[in-house]
Every structure is written in C-alpha cells, then in structure tokens.
Design a binder for this molecule. Structure first.
Ligand code: BES
Ligand code: ZN
Ligand code: ZN
Length: 498
C-alpha cells in the first residue's frame, strides 16, 4: 500500500523515481499545471516539443512518459491528461490519481503536483481525491497468483503543497475501506463460508472500535429469522447473522441502521442458475462487504451518527435439505412468503435483517444488495438503483454518491405493482412478473420496514463488479457503495454540527 506525504519543497528538488504532472486538454504547453513549465524550462522547451510531436491532447487519462534527467531531480516525467480545465472536479482527480497509480506500479516513489491543477477544487479536497484515486486504482488481488508481481509504489509525495495531513488521512481511510471490501468480494466462495466471513468481520471490528455480535444457526432460529434459515437450509455451511455497532464518543444525534446482503455463493438453490450466470456469484455478498467496510472507517472519519449494521450471511445451495419451490417461510415479524423461485433469495434474508433494523427504531435504514438481474437490465454495469419510501433520504444518498464518485439512479416503488407479489397461500410470494423485477424486489423489502421509517434500498447488482480495469475501478469486485455510505454518514454528522 502506498504512503502519502506533503512537502513544501520545490517538486523538482524532491528525490523520487518519477514526477507526475497534469496537462489540461487543448491548452498550450506553457500553461500546463504547475511543474510542467519548470520541466519545460529546464529541458529548454523539450517537453512541449515532445508533446507536440506526439500530438498529445491532454484528454482525460492520456499519458505521455518524458525522460528527463537533471541532477537531484526526477528522471522521468509522467504527463497525465486531465481533460478540460472547466470540467475538473474531485471525481476527475480520483481518475487522474488512479491513472497515476496504474502508470507508477514499477516505481518506488512519485512526486506529484496534481493536487494544484489550477482548477476550482480546494487543495485539501484535491489531495483527498488524488489519494483516494491512487489507493483505488493501485488495487490488485494477487493472493492466488503463483508469481505475484505486486506494485512497488510505496510513496506519493505532493510537492509544493501545504501540509494536508487530514485530507491524506481521510483519503487513505476511504481507500483502505473500499479495498478491504474488494478483497472480501474477490475471495473465492470455496475458501469462504458464512462462519469464516463472520470471523473476518469480528477481527476487523476489534481494530475499528466497533462492537460485534455473531449469531449462529441455533440463535438465528431462536430469533425467528426464518428467511435466513430457509435460504441457508441447503448448504453444509450454516448461516450467520453479524451485527456491528458504532457509537461515537461524545454526543450522538441520530441513529442509522445499515443492512447488507451476504450471500456467500448464489447457485440459485433448487431453482438452479445456468452455468454462465453462476460464474460471478461469489460476488453476491457485495452488499454486506460494503456495509462492513464502511463500518470499519467510521471512527477514523469521526462520524457523529450512531450506526448499527445487520449482515445476514448464507450460502444458497441445492440439496436434499434445501428449501423447495412452493415452500413457505415465516420471517421475524410474523409475515410469511411463498418461495416460488429459490433464486430470489436475497429478499428473503434481507427481510429478517430489515425487521431487526426496524426493531432499533432508527432515523433511517439503508440496505445494499446485489438483488436483481433486472436492475442490471435497467441501468447497466455502472449504475445502482435507489428505491426509497422517502424523497429526502433518496436525494441525500444520490448527492452523496455523486460527491463520492459513484453513480445511482432513483427507481420507483409503484404501490399497484404489489399485486404481482400476492400469493395463493401466504402473505406474499418472492417473485413478480417477468418485467420490472427490481421494483417488485424493492416492494417485497418494503413490507419489512416498520412504521414508515425512512428507508432506501440500493440494488448494486450491476456495479458490484467491473468487467474491466477502468480508472479507479479494477476488474472484479469494486467495493461499490462504501464511498457513498461514508460520504452520506459523514454528511449526517456535519448537518448535526451546523
Ligand atoms: N444474486 C442474484 C442477482 C444478480 C444477478 C446479481 C446478476 C448480480 C448479477 C439474485 O439472487 C437473483 O438471482 N435474482 C433473480 C430473481 C428472479 C429469480 C426473480 C434474478 O434477478 O434473476
Ligand atoms: Zn439468486
Ligand atoms: Zn443472489
């Protein structure tokens, strides 16, 4: 993991393997960001001539490597395009930071001036965004490579920068949390189980100042979590329910509950998925991973809200003991559901967890779940769906997502679609018609929110995985939701303080 530092020294005087500088789109080379004109002067116009010859445009993410050797100075310049000057914002800077990390993997240290790119972003915010980008873009999951070649980048130094230690600490905390979630998601299901994940989270909680409770299958039955038991019934690896609690020291103003879907592997159960659809189903615990990861960063970010998280972990497997299509499960609040498709299992375990959250009588409940393929059909790989019974909460989460560099889009919860989940024999059934599947899943969940508590459901089925390395997102588990949750929760504290 890289470390970060700020130095007031002239960036060209700092010893490092490379110097990374910014270049805006279509500006003449003398108005490149700070650092560039100095390099250009020192190379007697060499840098601008070189960029001209390359027909370098400065498009976002466009990189040029310029060999440059002066005693006591960096001997390689990495020019990173940031796109149009007016469009620079924290997310662009995260993307530039990620590009820096990817292009610096072979270096031990890089000096950069990218925090001060002449844009309308305050230095501290820029440092924070670049740190996040470097942390996220430099992520690698190498555990199962026989000959791993880990990145050598160990230090990024912001040259010519006022001390911004708080911003560095913030960006590092967010980046570490997201990368922790990615590790958990990328771990193969065969090396994982509900019990092992619960242990991993328990270990995390100790370092993060959280209290942690783990319920085993006996306790789960005793607490009447019939959805969790029913979905877990087909696997030799028994389910677990993990509760994490964060209580800030000093005043607590509002209580928030988080819920995350933790299906360690989703085979579909007896309603077995086809082979291809099963390939990525170790990812089906991304909601719980994001929630646990966000919890782990709350004390570092000094969040002022009291936050309680519930994460049900199960394996959805077919076997002689598995729940069968047509079976009826009863949840913690007494409601029943007819399970017509055992592959619609997420809503069944979330139902119990949402009742547990409702029992806490919080000011808001937010759940994250890789819930439906239908949400991916609607919004694609990069955007999560937001369904909510509360316009303010939905709005706040969408604003937080935008600030954090993640993308959500509101979807409706049409009351008349509830007809689709009426059952012949139980209070509801677990599937609706073929169309609008993300919405009927959301409507199912809404049945477990007590007393109109403001609640939002984030269907992250699409963005939980990335199909390619793209800026701060690596191929595989993305840790989506961590950034949005943290930005939202930090914001709640700030609102209270105002
Ligand atoms: N885990 C899946 C949803 C999913 C699909 C997540 C693709 C990520 C990528 C969920 O449990 C599921 O199988 N949902 C079914 C519901 C259907 C049977 C009503 C689906 O979306 O097909
Ligand atoms: Zn499923
Ligand atoms: Zn699932």
């Amino acid at each position: 993991m890289p470390t970060f530092a700020c130095s007031m020294e002239d960036p060209l005087e700092i010893q490092a393997d490379a110097l990374a500088i910014a270049c805006f789109k279509d500006e003449d080379s003398y108005s490149l960001g700070p650092g560039a004109s100095e390099v250009d002067d020192a190379s007697e116009g060499g840098l601008s001539a070189f960029l001209d010859r390359l027909k370098y445009k400065g498009e976002k993410g466009e990189v040029a490597l310029f060999p440059f050797s002066l005693e006591g100075r960096s001997d390689l310049v990495i020019v990173i395009g940031v796109g149009e000057r007016e469009k620079v914002n924290p997310q662009v800077l995260r993307e530039v930071g990620a590009t820096l990390a990817r292009r610096s993997k072979k270096f031990n240290s890089v000096v950069t001036t990218i925090h001060d790119s002449g844009a309308e972003v305050a230095t501290a915010d820029a440092v924070r965004a670049v740190v996040e980008g470097v942390m996220l873009g430099g992520y690698e999951f190498l555990k199962y490579r026989r000959e791993p070649e880990p990145s050598d980048l160990s230090a990024v130094i912001f040259g010519g920068c006022e001390p911004c230690n708080e911003a560095i600490a913030y960006g590092t905390a967010v980046g570490s949390a997201v990368n922790w979630a990615r590790d958990l998601v990328n771990e193969p299901a065969g090396r994982q189980s509900p019990a092992k994940i619960a242990e991993t989270i328990k270990a995390l909680s100790k370092d993060a100042g959280l209290s942690c409770e783990v319920w085993d299958s006996k306790r789960i039955l005793k607490e009447k979590l019939g959805g969790v038991s029913g979905v877990g019934a087909g696997s030799v690896n028994e389910p677990r329910l993990v509760k994490l609690e964060y209580k800030p020291s000093g005043g607590v103003e509002s209580k928030i509950c988080l819920v995350g879907k933790g299906v360690v592997f989703d085979s579909g159960g007896l309603s077995l998925k086809p082979a291809e659809a099963m390939e990525t189903m170790k990812t089906d615990m991304s909601g719980a991973a994001a929630v646990a990861a966000a919890m782990s960063a709350l004390s570092n970010l000094d969040v002022r809200a009291h936050v309680i998280a519930f994460m049900p972990f199960v394996e959805n497997m077919p076997s002689g003991s598995a729940t069968k299509p047509g079976d009826v499960l009863q949840f913690r609040n007494g409601k029943t559901a007819e399970v017509l498709n055992t592959d619609a299992e997420g809503r069944l375990i979330l139902a119990d967890a949402l009742v547990l959250a409702s029992d806490e009588e919080p000011a808001a409940i937010v759940d994250l779940a890789t819930l439906t393929g239908a949400c991916m059909v609607a919004l694609g790989y990069k955007i999560f769906g937001v369904m909510s019974n509360d316009d303010d909460l939905a709005g706040d989460l969408l604003v937080a997502a935008d600030e954090a560099g993640e993308r959500g889009w509101r979807l409706p919860l049409p009351a008349d679609y509830k007809k689709q989940i009426e059952s012949e024999i139980a209070d509801m059934k677990n599937i609706g018609s073929r169309y609008g599947g993300a919405l009927t899943a959301g409507l199912f969940l809404e049945e477990f929110i007590a007393d109109d508590i403001p609640w939002a459901h984030l269907d992250i089925a699409g963005p939980a995985r990335s199909e390619a390395d793209e800026y701060e997102l690596p191929k595989g588990g993305t840790g989506v939701g961590v950034r949005t949750l943290l930005t939202w929760l930090v914001g709640i504290g700030e609102k209270v303080a105002d």
